[in-house]
Unconditional design. Structure first.
Length: 85
């Protein structure tokens, strides 16, 4: 039997890391086109993760921490980007 709980956590962390890289290109380097190229991968990963969460293949658990970190980074770099435009 496959331990799907760990798969969900791994997907959330991988998606968050890729998404943070895309956000860096968007908010810090102000390169929206490059950010979209990067985000396409995190969007697919988070789609798979959210389907698994919905289907109860895994729970939020540690994966939720990845989202907290990701959205914290979004918030800080969003303000930084707005200040430097």
């Amino acid at each position: 039997m496959i331990d799907t709980k760990n798969i969900g956590t791994d997907l959330a962390w991988l998606g968050a890391i890729i998404s943070i890289i895309g956000t860096t290109f968007n908010n810090i380097y102000l390169d929206h086109a490059e950010a979209m190229l990067i985000w396409r991968f995190s969007n697919i990963i988070f789609l798979v993760w959210s389907v698994g969460l919905w289907r109860k293949w895994w729970d939020g658990g540690l994966a939720g921490l990845a989202l907290v970190g990701m959205y914290s980074y979004y918030s800080v770099t969003n303000e930084w980007g707005l200040f430097h435009v």
